[in-house]
Write a protein that binds this ligand. Sequence first.
Ligand code: IMP
Length: 434
Amino acid sequence: MPATVIVGLQWGDEGKGKATDFLSEQVRWVVRYQGGDNAGHTIVLGTEVFKLHLVPSGVLYPHIVPLIGPGVVVNPATLIGELDGLAARGVDTSRVRVSHACHVIMPYHVAEDRASEARLGRAGIGTTHRGIGPAYADRASRVGLRMEDLLDETALRRKLERLVPDKNAWLAQIGDEGRPFAVEALVESALSWGVRLREQIADTTTLIQDALRAGDHALFEGAQGTLLDLDHGSYPFVTSSSPVAGGACTGGGIGPLQVTAVIGIMKAYTTRVGAGPYPTELLDEIGEGIAMRGHEFGTTTGRRRRVGWFDAVPLRYAVDVNSVSSIILNKLDILSGIDEIRLCVAYEINGRRVERWPASAEEVARAKPIYETFPGWPEELHAARTPDDLPPNARAYVGALAALAGVPITLVSVGPERTQTVILDDRPLAAGRG
Ligand code: IMP
């Protein structure tokens, strides 16, 4: 009953989709366990490009059952749009299941997200404006709607009649300029979503437990990354869910002892979207060059990502809190042509050397990076397939990253295509800690 978790070790956008693609042949189930349509992954299959926000990427493989676990917040309009868009391109979406317990992102959540970010102005978090935070807040306050409510008109109307006046009052108070939400219009939309998704809403926890008992391999696909985790990131500049591997248990419906491997995904440099402290940020032409060569623009918002040198301080933390068993390193090719590559190994905070990821955003904001430098390499890496194909300087850089992480780097990606991959360690990807 292998259960492999794929988790981002940085601020998201590490290229988790390519790892899922690599494992797809071994896997029967792919489960999203947290986040919502703030995530975005682009999958290139032959000549076709698919951009998905909610439907797990496993949908493109006919042998895989894609599940949206109870830890995900679902905007039903987005989900229906994606299912219809995929079906129009000939993809069979009938296997997709969404947990009855997923909380629903309602239009008032999107309005709340926009209004509160606008009110905060420059002090805002830089959210994706998808209503993620407000939907998770209602879940924690136990006033949210769940997918199962879309199938029960009486419960739906009762809950909305209680909640909507409060939402309208709050939205007016925080400066939302839209019209107040009307209960009946919301009930009507929600019921129509329920009619469309009725066949898809299921108890995904039972499905995944039965699958594991039958010996199937399931992949739990994290969205965002460890440094955006509500508990482990630089709060408040985080998302409102648990991207860490533990989130796969609570949000995917498995127990900790059912996880057999945790694959951490990271890029050879760092990027971040939205606000928040970023010690190794590059505000010069080197950063601009990496952003352009690496196409560092958000899939969901189109925003240019902030770019920086690799930071090993949060890496060590991420390896620990996720109990990472192996790492896939992406986008090494993007660093070609840089004369000298920097790697942050510690911070200086208030005159002291710090090697542990600080718990607070204030401390991270005061951190000055302490770098080790590595000679770069001029060669393009796209054609490399074995470790010997990599220039010695590139090998030395990868070796330093693996030593700092303390776990093996098994694959190094040198281009977007599946074949543009260097295999460093041919143990099965889904093997646990040895
Ligand atoms: P939210 O998840 O929309 O509330 O945004 C909170 C923070 O997480 C912001 O800094 C976003 O830019 C960031 N964020 C959310 N989703 C992603 C993602 O998929 N990749 C990278 N950053 C993300």
